[in-house]
Every structure is written in structure tokens, then in C-alpha cells.
Design a protein around this ligand. Structure first.
Ligand code: URP
Ligand code: ZN
Ligand code: ZN
Length: 460
């Protein structure tokens, strides 16, 4: 099977130019002007952008969490991602405390095999680091292609590890050629504030926000950076939201320790005024919470400065029925929101169309950097000869409106209901096959493949 995409404007993280692109089997074979390929299916991309399929390295599919499961599974989640131009996601396996990494991996393999529409990889969340976990790290990296290990400095009693475990994990992961990533907020301080508010009878979603002030994230980010500096492990902070945390990373950078930063699309677009809507605010109950306008500005500036490397989603969707588990207690509202489908379009609309970021920067933070940092480049994350033919044909001018009535995620509301965006995903190729065309699905469930990732060094 071969496809010739003609007359598009190609965008990579390093350059953009007009060219044709020729795909054979699963790979990009040729990029050039006026290509002629008899027998190939021709797609006319006049007036369109053509860029690498998005890589979203932070999603939670069918994850057991806060007494329920996130509402998108591998099938609905990766399909919604494809509709929005994201061809590859990295999901989080959660180790059960007291159990092995191998058993957790098996559970996630059972959920994913034969079910995904788009390609996927796994991070391993280490929630119980001990001598037997230590021995499994090498196997995860060498035999399973899982080269990033997620830690939680919050969610005490379920997912959180202490600094003793963190230093042990960092030391072993550094030795074996992986990266440690973190949910960096101070779990003890958050728990203190939750209990204080509940004792005062303050139980609405607003108090979710107030129980995670900026200092909880700034402190934990700095501490994580310090421990990473001491151990020398490649270190990555997920879903950073605020100026204080960014400044702690700037301090680490001064000492020559690079702490890599990911933010998520919601933290670039939405602010804490959404917590003023009574229980409706549960739609935006996520951790860390949305922040202030000054933080939004700091994050966009961080992208511009190259400090923020990746824009992900932290897609962790719950239906309204699930959110209602916390109707009488904000601490029981399942944390997370649906976003996997609209990351690329929102980032394009609010970033490129407004002039905040360039087209290459858009590709860098939505695809290329994640592919590089997580050991998949140049297979993923670029339009280059020999790379997987994962690409998006995108109309930069088409306007459309986001709504739960038309989205493909498994939630009955959207955090962006009624928002008009400029720029639309028209056609998506995944490993050389048209996967989405004009809103229609062209691949079968199970087409998505597991991606074995290489060792990483934290360098771009
Ligand atoms: O609210 C969130 N972020 N839910 C998912 C779990 C996590 O902390 O990433
Ligand atoms: Zn988190
Ligand atoms: Zn997350």
C-alpha cells in the first residue's frame, strides 16, 4: 500500500516547507517537490498543514482511581486521540502496593492488547519501592521497553512514596538507563489542608483548589529537583501548573541539573475562576488544580524559553455520575478531566493562531520532544525518511466548536463546551494507513500497537 500526499505545507520541530510526502507500507519513504508515484493513492493537501502525529505522554486509560475507573479504555481513548491528531499515547501502569511491577504490567497488557486504535506505550508508576521492586527495574527497561518510572509525591496511602523510596528508585533507574518522572505536590501538606477544610464543613469543589496551593507544588518540585541532582537521574515533572514550580526548575537548571518539564493543555487555557460554579466545578477537579492568570502567562513564557518541553493532557476522564461520588465531599470527587481528543487543536488555536508559538514549536511540544525524551525518536515524532508514517493533515483555517455532543471521549460533558477553535484535523495516517478521514474511522480496533521504547538520557 502506498500513499502520495501532494502540495501540503510540512512542519517539523526544526523547519517548515512546502513539499510532497510519499509513504509505502508503514514508513515515510520520500519527501520532495513534484513527486510522481504511479499506482499510489493520492491525497491532495493543498492549503493544509502536514505534521507528525501527536504524542501524548500523559494519559490514564481505564485506571483504577479513587474508588472507580477512568472512563475511557484503550479502545475509546486511543480512538478519541486519533480524531484529534494524536497517534501515540503513553499510559501509566500502576503498581499495587505490596505487589510486583510484573503483575501490574500483566494487568495493563490484558487491558490493552487487541483493543487500541492508536499506538501506545507504558510508563511504570512505582508506588512501593523496595528490594524486590529494585530488581525488576532492569527487566522493565531491557525486556519490556518501559524506560520511564512515575512517582507520586501525593495521594498518600494509595500511590505516594516517601523520599527514602524516591532516592532508592532514582539511583537504580539512573544505573539502568531510565528516567524518573513525578507528580510533584506535597502530599502531607495537602492532606493537612483537606482535613482542616472538612472539619470546618467546607466540602465544595472550591476547597479542592484551596487545599493544593501553589506552595505545595513549588516545594515538591524543588525537592524532586534536589534529589534528582544528587542522584544524577534524568528527571521529568509531569503536569506542571504554576510559576513557583517553574522557578524551582530554573534553580535546578542553574546547577546544571536539567529537570524536564511537562505542562498540560488545560493549564495553558483555563484558570481557577472555574472553581466558583458550585458543584459544576467538579468538571475541573484535577490535581494539581487550575491556577491563576499569572501562572498561565508563566507557562506560555516557559514554552517560549524552552523550559517547558512537552504539552500533554493528563487525560483522566470521569462521567458526571462518577464525579457525583464527591457531591458531599470534594476529596471524593475523582480527580481528572477529559482532554485526549482536543490537545492538538486547542494548542494550535490558542498557541499558533494567536502568535504565541510558531508552527515548529507547536510540533516540538506536541510530538517531537515527547518522542525524544521517552526513547521513540525518530520512529515517532517527525516527518523524516524511515520514520513511521504517522501524520496529520490539518486545515489551519477551519473553525469548529467543541462539545460533548460531538466529541468521541467517553464523558457526557466537556471542560471546553462551546469553545470555538481555529484549526481542524482532517486526515490522520498511522503507520502508513489512513486511520481517520473527515471524521470517519478507517482502521479497526486492535490496529494500535505497543511501542517498545529505548533507554533514555534526558537529553533532547
Ligand atoms: O487529576 C488528575 N491529575 N488525575 C489523574 C492522576 C494524576 O495525578 O495524574
Ligand atoms: Zn498527577
Ligand atoms: Zn496523570
Amino acid at each position: 500500500m502506498s500513499i502520495l500526499i501532494k502540495n501540503g505545507h510540512l512542519v517539523n520541530a526544526s523547519e517548515n516547507f512546502d513539499a510532497d510526502i510519499y509513504v509505502e507500507g508503514e514508513k515515510i519513504i520520500e519527501i520532495g517537490e513534484n513527486l510522481v508515484k504511479p499506482g499510489a493513492e493520492v491525497i491532495d493537501a493543498s492549503g493544509m498543514l502536514v505534521f507528525p502525529g501527536g504524542v501524548d505522554p500523559h494519559v490514564h486509560l481505564e485506571m483504577p482511581f479513587m474508588g472507580t475507573y477512568s472512563a475511557d479504555d484503550y479502545s475509546t481513548g486511543t480512538l478519541a486521540a486519533l480524531h484529534g491528531g494524536t497517534t501515540m499515547v503513553i499510559d501509566f501502569i500502576l503498581q499495587t502496593q505490596g505487589d510486583s511491577l510484573a503483575n501490574a504490567l500483566k494487568t495493563w497488557q490484558d487491558k490493552s492488547q487487541g483493543r487500541a486504535y492508536g499506538d501506545y506505550g507504558y510508563h511504570m508508576a512505582v508506588t512501593d519501592y523496595n528490594e524486590s521492586t529494585r530488581k525488576e527495574i532492569r527487566q522493565m527497561i531491557e525486556e519490556e521497553g518501559i524506560t520511564s518510572f512515575k512517582t507520586f509525591m501525593a495521594y498518600k496511602g494509595a500511590l505516594m512514596i516517601d523520599d527514602n523510596q524516591m532516592v532508592g528508585l532514582m539511583t537504580e533507574v539512573k544505573k539502568q538507563g531510565g528516567m524518573v518522572t513525578v507528580h510533584a505536590t506535597n502530599g502531607d501538606m495537602i492532606d493537612h489542608l483537606i482535613h482542616k477544610f472538612k472539619k470546618e464543613g467546607k466540602v465544595s469543589p472550591l476547597y479542592h483548589y484551596l487545599s493544593q496551593p501553589e506552595v505545595t507544588e513549588a516545594e515538591a518540585s524543588a525537592r524532586f529537583g534536589d534529589l534528582a541532582h544528587y542522584t544524577g537521574v534524568p528527571a521529568y515533572i509531569v503536569h506542571m501548573t504554576c510559576e513557583g514550580a517553574l522557578n524551582s526548575v530554573r534553580d535546578a537548571t542553574k546547577r546544571n541539573q536539567t529537570v524536564l518539564v511537562e505542562t498540560c493543555i488545560q493549564y495553558l487555557l483555563l484558570d481557577a475562576s472555574l472553581y466558583d460554579k458550585g458543584f459544576e466545578s467538579a468538571k475541573w477537579v484535577m490535581s494539581p488544580p487550575l491556577r491563576e492568570k499569572k501562572d498561565i502567562e508563566a507557562l506560555w513564557a516557559g514554552i517560549d524559553q524552552g523550559l517547558v518541553k512537552v504539552v500533554a493532557t493528563d487525560h483522566c476522564p470521569f462521567t458526571w455520575e462518577q464525579k457525583k461520588l464527591g457531591e458531599d465531599d470534594f476529596a471524593k470527587i475523582p480527580n481528572g478531566h477529559p482532554a485526549i481528543e482536543h490537545r492538538m487543536e486547542l494548542l494550535f488555536s490558542e498557541g499558533v493562531t494567536t502568535g504565541k508559538i510558531t508552527l515548529p514549536k507547536f510540533v516540538e511540544v506536541s510530538s517531537t520532544n515527547a518522542a525524544k525524551l521517552f526513547g521513540m525518536y525518530p520512529k515517532k515524532g517527525c516527518l523524516a525518511i524511515g520514520s513511521d508514517a504517522d501524520l496529520v493533515i490539518f486545515d489551519p483555517n477551519e473553525k469548529h466548536t467543541i462539545s460533548a455532543k460531538t466529541h468521541h471521549m467517553n464523558t457526557d460533558y466537556s471542560g471546553y463546551e462551546g469553545r470555538e477553535v481555529t484549526g481542524k484535523t482532517k486526515t490522520v495516517l498511522l503507520r502508513g494507513k489512513v486511520a481517520i478521514d473527515q471524521g470517519e474511522v478507517k482502521v479497526d480496533k486492535g490496529y494500535g500497537q505497543y511501542v517498545f521504547r529505548n533507554k533514555v538520557d534526558g537529553k533532547l
